[in-house]
Design a protein around this ligand. Sequence first.
Ligand SMILES: Cc1cc2nc3c(=O)[nH]c(=O)nc-3n(C[C@H](O)[C@H](O)[C@H](O)COP(=O)(O)O)c2cc1C
Length: 393
Amino acid sequence: MRQIKPSVYAVGAIDWDARLFDRLIPLPDGTSYNSYVVRGNEKTVLIDTVDPTKTDVLLDNLVRLGINKIDYVVANHGEQDHSGSLSDVLLIYPDAKVVTNPKCKGMLIDLLDIEEDKFITVEDGDTLSLGNKTLQFIYTPWVHWPETMSTYLVEDRILFSCDFFGAHLATSSLFVDDNAKVLEDAKRYYAEIMMPFRRQINSNLDKLAEFQIDMIAPSHGPIHDHPELIIEAYRDWVSETVKNEVIVAYVSMHGSTAKMVSHFVEAMIDRGIAVRQFELSTVDIGKLAMALVDAATVVIATPMVLAGAHPAVIYATFLTNALRPKTKFVSIIGSYGWGGKMIEQLTGIMSNIKAEILEPVLSRGEPKENDFAAIDKLADDIHAKHKEIGITN
Ligand SMILES: Cc1cc2nc3c(=O)[nH]c(=O)nc-3n(C[C@H](O)[C@H](O)[C@H](O)COP(=O)(O)O)c2cc1C
């Protein structure tokens, strides 16, 4: 439990040991579930709760802070890592009302079976007085569910943004003290959670530009007391701009595809294009997702397996498609023994990615001279395309 500003406290939990989120997303640096108390001279509010596994930490913090009565619990988001302690909080503080938007109210009833009469619903822009302090609710949909909103503490200019601007980072620092580390984890978080909703996030950034924000207090990771750092990073990530970078995501069972990938990577370096190679049977998908935020081109490389792409490649391609990166060009490299439909399969999976598909290169068995020549041609095509959009000379 720590004070952020007079009468504003952080009461959430640090989860140092968490290593996987949603049974899907690697958490190399753990995470935190941030929850905040604002004490007005008339009313006390709790903003968001914590993951159900950390309910005891939240309740302990409230006791240590001497909170005998909570008037309102603001739920910015319905997902259980922020709402999961709500039922326990309402049990211990029976006078508390849950303040949220109508969509989130529906979700909290569905997910947590909270009684209808516990809710006060707010519309976009509504305010709630705590006496000498005022909360304003700002709808920020799709960061990352449809009901997400942010809460602005008017007098202190603090934005409680929930998942928006968050980072999976367990740290004892209340505020950002290592820009590079926080930006890395925030980018990972954006890539995995927010990227599919890039356009909605852009609109939310425009909407927030109208507010004077001195601090951003998200629900994961440290508080931004210099919010321009994370706002500018988000502006870059959601922009239409791509970088002179190529991602090569590959698997090879017996080395043929690997030889083609090595040749391709060298060809990219020779042409002055940044390249990142990811081996998909061992990859940290978070690193792949982060690379997808900026790269102009993605090349998938796979052997033919049972008439299609290798299953690890299918998984990564499926995930890439679901994340809807701003990739402009895509190609496929591969090796096969007798035949199959991996090109059709992979291009079919990538239907969300509005990218131009550059001529794939397939070798029968080990790559030969003509296959390496075809890879050089693909490298030339990528270079020409990057030139066309003005990201390389
Ligand atoms: C389990 C398995 C399934 C395969 N299925 C096919 C197939 O359906 N069609 C095909 O053309 N080749 C198939 N192959 C052959 C490989 O695609 C071929 O050996 C290729 O050169 C392997 O590339 P790599 O050395 O990068 O692993 C299969 C190989 C294995 C091991």
